[in-house]
Design a protein around this ligand. Structure first.
Ligand code: ATP
Length: 246
């Protein structure tokens, strides 16, 4: 780890910027996430949420600014930073022809686990995300909700202190949404969790704090209750905040 002290945030984003040609997708973004926080990352389509998360996960190189996980700069110390991170990307997991077990074992081995430990890690991650019934099915044959949960299981394999989850409940049915929200709530006390979502009710249900971004910039950073109190309901507040910035 880097120069991490006891009270240091697990995620530190400082003046993070991503430009694609002349277009600025993420514009001078700064925030921190401490253990025990579930930070909801909200914004309209194209606001820059996924790009920010990809930079945190080391999949996109920042144009300027820094992102640190447990004190490690993701650009300068990517291996150390990723060791402490579980990342659920948007969309479905790669390797569609692999079975669920095969893919998760592959991911566990890539993380350095061998033998029974790899098997135990996979078993535990499948249990947490309720994948046992489809464990021998190729990923490409799964429904959208199950594919999402395979991605989530992969992010949880190494029980990381930091989770970055890009729309974790996208495509899940109401029961599955409920299960995943409960899982996040159970893990929350020990971890720093950043989740992006379009579902505003989710923010009230599981997030301790919410950041709203529009056009790559922060337009609000508050508790869900404080945000909702700014108007008749969270929906209206979200629309007003993100339309003002457009
Ligand atoms: N590789 C790329 N090249 C050019 N533009 C890109 C690239 N990746 C993202 N963008 C643009 O950056 C902006 C932010 O995209 P991003 O996916 O981060 O938004 P988002 O907030 O996650 O949106 P959504 O809610 O739809 O997932 C969009 O206008 C997108 O088209």
């Amino acid at each position: 780890m880097g120069d991490l002290t006891v009270d240091a945030p697990h995620i530190e984003i400082d003046r993070l910027t991503k430009r694609f040609g002349a277009f600025t997708a993420v514009d001078d973004l700064s925030f921190t996430v401490h253990p025990g926080e579930v930070l909801g990352f909200l914004g309209p389509n194209g606001a820059g949420k996924s790009t920010t998360m990809k930079m945190l996960a080391g999949f996109v190189t920042p144009s300027a600014g820094t992102a640190r996980i447990m004190g490690d700069d993701v650009a300068e110390r990517p291996v150390q930073a990723r060791r402490h991170l579980g990342y659920l990307p948007e969309g479905a997991p790669t390797y569609p022809e692999m079975t669920v077990t095969g893919f998760l074992l592959f991911a566990a081995r890539a993380r350095g686990y061998r033998g029974t430990e790899a098997g135990d890690r996979v078993h535990n991650a499948m249990r947490m995300t309720q994948l046992e019934e489809v464990r021998l099915q190729p990923i490409e044959t799964l429904s959208k909700g199950f594919k999402r949960r395979v991605g989530l299981a992969q992010a949880l394999l190494h029980d990381p202190p930091v989770l970055v989850l890009d729309e974790p409940t996208d495509g899940l049915d109401p029961n599955q949404k409920h299960e995943v929200r409960n899982l996040i709530a159970r893990m929350a006390p020990e971890k720093a969790i950043l989740i992006s979502t379009h579902i505003l009710e989710e923010v009230g249900a599981i997030c301790t704090r919410a950041i709203v971004i529009a056009r790559g910039r922060i337009v609000a950073d508050a508790t869900p209750a404080a945000l909702a109190a700014r108007g008749p309901d969270l929906d209206t507040v979200f629309r007003e905040l993100t339309q003002e910035a457009a």
